[in-house]
Write a protein that binds this ligand. Sequence first.
Ligand SMILES: Cc1cc2nc3c(=O)[nH]c(=O)nc-3n(C[C@H](O)[C@H](O)[C@H](O)COP(=O)(O)O)c2cc1C
Length: 180
Amino acid sequence: MDILIVFSTVEGQTRKIADFIGQRCRSAGHAVHMFNTDEKRGAASFDGVDAVILAAPVHERRHPEAFETFVAASRGELKTRRTLLISVSLKASFSEGLEEAQDYLAEMEMRTGFEPDAELLAAGAVRTSSYGYFETQVVRSVVLNGRDIDLIDGVREFTDWDALSAAVDAFLQATMPHYA
Ligand SMILES: Cc1cc2nc3c(=O)[nH]c(=O)nc-3n(C[C@H](O)[C@H](O)[C@H](O)COP(=O)(O)O)c2cc1C
């Protein structure tokens, strides 16, 4: 199959996730095309694309505007293909945060009018090295909600790569019969 991976990232974790998914799809024998909605140059081509995997991070309860605009504008193209939508957030890292993580996704689906065939809440990462004072405060008090997590310099990754692989494999399995 030809798979288009559309992503957006602010600090880099969703790019890492998108690259990982790309590798996984290539290893399974599929052709992969990547499109970053943060880069204003060029448009995504849906020509020959069978399935689309979309991934975006949550910052202050929302996915990036450029990503949502892309999704809303591409609704017609997306509806005629199999789709997996991945929301990357820190709330998805903890069982008590899952309801809120699901709300972020539901709100994006409401705003864009797009409902994917499959969706996944994926845990992101804390990247203190790229935070200023504001970001540190938001992550510490709002997102982590006072949770006792050592925000050491560098990257604290919560992404469950095995769960991500399983979700991508399940999506590919469910999608392939449509294009056999
Ligand atoms: C300023 C800031 C605000 C954030 N707001 C939220 C939030 O509202 N909810 C949440 O679950 N995660 C939030 N996060 C955590 C990010 O979703 C997480 O760090 C993710 O890995 C970022 O992905 P990216 O590196 O692709 O940008 C926030 C992070 C930062 C730095």
